[in-house]
Structures are given as structure tokens and as C-alpha cells.
Design a protein around this ligand. Structure first.
Ligand SMILES: *[C@@H]1O[C@H](CO)[C@@H](O)[C@H](O)[C@H]1NC(C)=O
Ligand SMILES: *[C@@H]1O[C@H](CO)[C@@H](O)[C@H](O)[C@H]1NC(C)=O
Ligand SMILES: *[C@@H]1O[C@H](CO)[C@@H](O)[C@H](O)[C@H]1NC(C)=O
Length: 295
């Protein structure tokens, strides 16, 4: 039961006003990956994510937002989205130029990668949380807290120097603050509402059994595959009658290319214990009709 995860479904009530209906945290984040190969060559990649679902990407050549779903604009007007697109375009170009200009003074060593994650997390009964984190070479480097840039302990004096530099630009602080505190939560509520049909859909799992590599003499590895379900939350166990088999090993829930999920659960058993074993799957799409497959 520990395995039940927060379904995205839980944040929404059918037809309800999304603000009222938020029950679990849900986050929206923009991810930026900037790679600097040498003094003259750099590139940016950008994407937008609602929890684990990618909703947006960034076309670097044109400097434009790509909306990956029909509902990825949420309830924002084309004007507001164009303003945001322009802001990101200016930001991406300026980001590369500023980093290149200051790289040697700040002792950033080529080649290096900067990763940025910014966004907000909505909770039912609390004010939204917002975040802006930067990593350098894969380690925490600095973050935005209370209107100023704060170095991470891992970032050392290099991060301190970067913060000292960018804390001088009050305009940037105000823009970032507005983006993650105001724009982001407003956008997410509109997104949850516009994407309701997609986000609340129910897709039934298929399940099948196979045997894995033998764990040892006289032993079998029983594998139960569950695939094609949505939302992500699923319960799957090897059973002997009504008895849950505690040796059940659960893999990670992995994404399928079509936005549904896949899970594999295994059981290592002595060949003699196999009779009567079954794999049982519970999922919200099954309306209480569990899938039961006998070995
Ligand atoms: C900079 O890096 C790019 C991409 O790796 C490479 O094509 C280019 O030759 C490099 N330029 C210099 C001056 O090293
Ligand atoms: C941020 O500001 C608030 C109110 O001004 C204060 O209570 C809080 O301690 C500050 N947090 C940090 C991390 O500085
Ligand atoms: C979008 O929806 C949210 C939540 O209902 C609302 O706060 C916001 O004003 C709406 N419109 C825009 C343009 O953000």
C-alpha cells in the first residue's frame, strides 16, 4: 500500500473549480540546460513540465515556445504568451552573453553546464511555493530566496561571487519574483483547468507474465508486467490466494512513449511454491475489477 503514489487525478475534482480542488502538491517548472563548450560556443535547451509531464519546449533557433498539448496555453491570452516568449528570448540570449563575459572572472572552467529549474508548487491549503535553483556542473550552485540570490554550500566562493554580481541587478530580481510568485501559480491553475480532460483521463492497464533469469538452483523469477495505464498510481502484488507475497519486488514506474505508464513486479520463489501464485493489479481505471493473472 505504501506503493500508492499521488495521482495527478487527486489534485482535480471532476468539473470543479481547480483552485478549490487542489489536494496534493503539484508543480510546474521550467528547465534550462545551458552548455558552454568554449569561449565562443554555447547552447540553451528549455522545457516546461507539469509534474512529470512535459507540456512545453523551447525552439532555440527561432526563440519561440512550443506548446506540446492543445491545452498547453492554459488560460493565458496570446498577448501574454508573446510577452513571456519575448522575455525568455531576451533572457536566453542575455544569459549566454553575460556568462561568457564573466566566465573567466568568476573562474567558470570550460567546458561547463549550467542547469536552471524555476517554477512553483501549489498546495491545497497553503500559499504556493516558488523556486529558482541553479546548478553548475551538476551540483547545487545558487538559488533565489526572498528577493535575493543565495549561494549553495556546495557552490563555494565561486557561487558567492556570482551572487554578489547578480544581486546588483534589482530589475532581474523583480522580474524573477513576479514570474515565480505570480505568473507561475496563475498559469498552473489555468493549465490544470484547460488540460482537465487529458489529465483526468483513465487508461486501463494490460498485464502479462513471463519468467526472468533463474535466481538459483530450483528457484524461479516470476515477472508480472503491467503497462498502458494512466494515471500513474497503481497497486500490483504477487499473491497466494488472498495473501500478499512480501517478497514481491517492485520496479520503478516507467513512462511509455504515449504518456501511459509501465511497471514490472517480480517474485523470487522455489519451484515447488509456484502453484496458486497470481499477480493482482488494482488501478483506478478498472473500477474495482482487479486484474488477476495466475502463473
Ligand atoms: C568550440 O566548441 C565547438 C563545439 O564543441 C567546436 O565546434 C569549436 O571548434 C570550438 N571552438 C574553439 C575556438 O575551440
Ligand atoms: C524571508 O523573508 C521573510 C519575511 O520578510 C522572513 O520571515 C524569512 O525568514 C526570510 N527567509 C529567508 C530564507 O531569508
Ligand atoms: C486563469 O485562471 C486562474 C485560475 O482560475 C485565474 O487566477 C487567472 O486570473 C486566469 N486568467 C489569467 C489570464 O491568468
Amino acid at each position: 500500500m505504501l506503493f500508492l503514489q499521488l495521482p495527478l487525478l487527486a489534485v482535480l475534482l471532476p468539473g470543479g473549480d481547480s483552485e478549490e480542488a487542489i489536494q496534493e502538491p503539484i508543480s510546474f517548472q521550467l528547465i534550462q540546460i545551458s552548455s558552454f563548450a568554449n569561449q565562443t560556443w554555447a547552447q540553451n535547451q528549455g522545457s516546461g513540465w507539469l509534474d512529470e509531464l512535459q507540456t512545453h519546449s523551447w525552439e532555440s533557433e527561432l526563440g519561440s515556445i512550443i506548446f506540446l498539448h492543445t491545452w498547453s496555453k492554459g488560460n493565458f491570452s496570446d498577448e501574454e504568451l508573446m510577452d513571456l516568449e519575448l522575455l525568455f528570448r531576451v533572457y536566453f540570449i542575455g544569459f549566454i552573453r553575460e556568462v561568457q563575459d564573466h566566465a573567466s572572472a568568476l573562474k567558470l572552467e570550460y567546458p561547463f553546464t549550467l542547469q536552471v529549474s524555476l517554477g512553483c508548487e501549489l498546495h491545497s491549503r497553503e500559499t504556493p511555493k516558488s523556486f529558482f535553483h541553479v546548478a553548475y556542473q551538476g551540483s547545487d550552485f545558487l538559488s533565489f530566496q526572498n528577493m535575493s540570490w543565495v549561494p549553495s554550500p556546495e557552490g563555494g566562493s565561486r557561487a558567492q561571487n556570482v551572487c554578489n554580481l547578480i544581486n546588483q541587478y534589482q530589475g532581474i530580481q523583480e522580474t524573477v519574483h513576479g514570474l515565480i510568485r505570480n505568473t507561475c501559480p496563475r498559469f498552473v491553475l489555468g493549465l490544470l483547468d484547460a488540460g482537465k480532460m487529458y489529465l483526468q483521463r483513465q487508461e486501463k492497464p494490460e498485464a502479462w507474465l513471463s519468467s526472468g533469469p533463474s535466481p538459483g538452483p530450483g528457484r524461479l523469477l516470476l515477472v508480472c508486467h503491467v503497462s498502458g495505464f494512466y494515471p500513474k498510481s497503481v497497486w500490483t502484488m504477487w499473491m497466494q490466494g488472498e495473501q500478499e507475497q512480501h517478497g514481491t519486488q517492485r520496479g520503478d514506474v516507467l513512462p511509455n512513449a504515449d504518456g501511459t505508464w509501465y511497471l514490472r513486479v517480480t517474485l523470487d520463489v522455489a519451484a515447488g511454491e509456484v502453484p496458486g501464485l497470481s499477480c493482482r493489479v488494482k488501478h483506478s481505471s478498472l473500477g474495482g475489477q482487479d486484474i488477476i493473472l495466475y502463473w
